[in-house]
Design a protein around this ligand. Structure first.
Ligand code: HEC
Length: 416
């Protein structure tokens, strides 16, 4: 089941329950998240980025472009998104684009952090080698400068359009729009990331503290949250969320850093956090994205009952739920990330009309039968259909593979 309710500790003050729903689509750890108007974008070690529709908890777009991990993602005000990777590239996407609108060339080092300017006209990327790249989305012009002598671990735009960066050289720096140095402030510890909050610049540190600086770089407040490194941070209106390597998440008042909530989101590090006004998203090594409600809302209501008639209670229908995140079974319905699998048995690969398949899939020569579909999930898509956009996944038990194929056949027969 991808829906799960987890219990957690609620600190005095808020007193509201928080429930989690799991979004399962990536074929490996998920290290990058951003949430906005009804959508979430995620980036994985599986080289995929996924755009999620939050009302239906389904994947609207799965993209495969980067060579290596997708290390940072950001939604754009236009409804599209930007991804960046270990390959040092930035790619700009329409919400439903299967290929980038445009992308920067491969870089000398990996991208560690991304930010979008308040007017949505510019994207900034911080690299492992200390460079910052600013990309004008209108002209597609990129400019670069050496911001730090070590990795840029975090960056963000202030409301007036200036950029703030932190780096492995233990510096917090503010840059004007022309990339001139506005000020430089030394930090007491290694910064692991930053978020721009209402109250200032929230920086997380390897010593387990979250420290708040004003927009002139002056230290304002600190709160020690853990005796281990904090590894992810995000902010929204009056709340800052931060997480540690041991899976704990804190929600803090952004003005005085008073903890409002704390909960355990994962057994290991929380590599990424994102927040809307009422929900928090966390992800880590297990490949799941967990969705947490801040207002006690029942998250089950966000799951669309895609095709109630198809829930026949069989084992096959149960296995299919993992596929229904991306695939429909309605004839010609390619509105989700993946092609409809209606009538898939007996068809040559990549031939459902109206779906924009990857070139890799179009070049393969497979007829989908009970046997080949079973093989696809015995060996996994990476091995069986190399270059496919479908994230890596396997179905271990032969009886589950059989039940799935029988279910696909039954549904097609019933619909024809
Ligand atoms: C996270 C999204 C995702 C999930 C989950 C997923 N798929 Fe896919 N699948 C895709 C995408 C995207 C494609 C198209 C790949 C391409 O064009 O490279 C695809 C393609 C396929 C194809 C080839 C279709 C054709 O017309 O040739 C089959 C078969 C398939 N998937 C079966 C499944 C089954 C069965 C499951 C569940 C066990 C599943 N998929 C789960 C995203 C997904």
């Amino acid at each position: 089941m991808r829906r799960m309710i987890l219990c957690l500790v609620v600190l005095a003050g808020f007193g509201l329950p928080v429930a989690a729903q799991d979004l399962r689509g990536h074929g490996g750890p998920v290290g990058a998240l951003d949430a906005g108007q009804g959508v979430l974008v995620s980036g994985g070690f599986d080289t995929r980025a996924i755009l999620w529709d939050l009302d239906t908890a389904t994947a609207r777009n799965v993209t495969r472009f980067h060579d290596g991990n997708v290390t940072a993602v950001r939604l754009l005000p236009t409804g599209g998104f930007v991804t960046a990777g270990q390959d040092g590239r930035l790619a700009i996407w329409h919400a439903d684009g299967r290929d980038p609108q445009f992308a920067t060339p491969a870089g000398a080092s990996a991208v560690a952090s991304l930010g979008v300017s308040p007017d949505g006209a510019q994207v900034a990327a911080g690299y492992w080698d200390g460079r910052v790249l600013r990309l004008d989305l209108g002209t597609q012009q990129a400019t670069e400068f050496q911001a730090h002598s070590d990795r840029v671990t975090g960056l963000g735009y202030l409301p007036d359009g200036d950029l703030v960066t932190v780096g492995g050289d233990l510096l917090l720096v503010r840059w004007t729009r022309q990339s001139d140095l506005a000020f430089r402030q030394s930090l007491p510890e290694l910064p692991n990331g930053l978020a721009i909050a209402d109250s200032g610049v929230a920086v997380i540190f390897a010593d387990g503290a979250l420290r708040l600086y004003d927009d002139a770089g002056a230290f304002m407040a600190e709160r020690f949250l853990a005796d281990r490194p904090l590894v992810s941070v995000t902010a929204r209106t009056d709340t800052i969320a931060a997480a540690s390597v041991d899976g704990s998440v804190w929600l803090l008042a952004s003005d005085d850093l008073t903890p409002r909530h704390t909960f355990t989101a994962a057994a290991g590090p929380v590599w990424a956090l994102a927040m809307t006004d009422t929900q928090v998203f966390s992800s880590g090594a297990d490949g799941l994205i967990r969705r947490w409600s801040l207002d006690g809302d029942d998250l089950e209501r966000f799951v669309a009952d895609v095709a109630p008639a198809l829930h026949d209670g069989s084992r096959g229908a149960e296995v299919w739920k993992n596929c229904a995140v991306c695939h429909s079974l309605e004839p010609d319905d390619h509105s989700m990330a993946a092609p409809s699998l209606h009538g898939i048995l007996g068809r040559p690969i990549a031939t459902q009309s109206g779906y924009d398949y990857s070139e890799a899939l179009q070049e393969l020569d497979i007829i989908w039968t009970a046997e080949t579909i079973s093989e696809l999930f015995t060996y996994g898509p990476e091995t069986y259909t190399p270059g496919s956009r479908m994230p890596e996944q396997r179905i271990g038990a032969p009886e589950d593979r059989e039940a799935l194929v029988a279910y696909l056949q039954r549904v097609t027969d019933a619909q024809d």
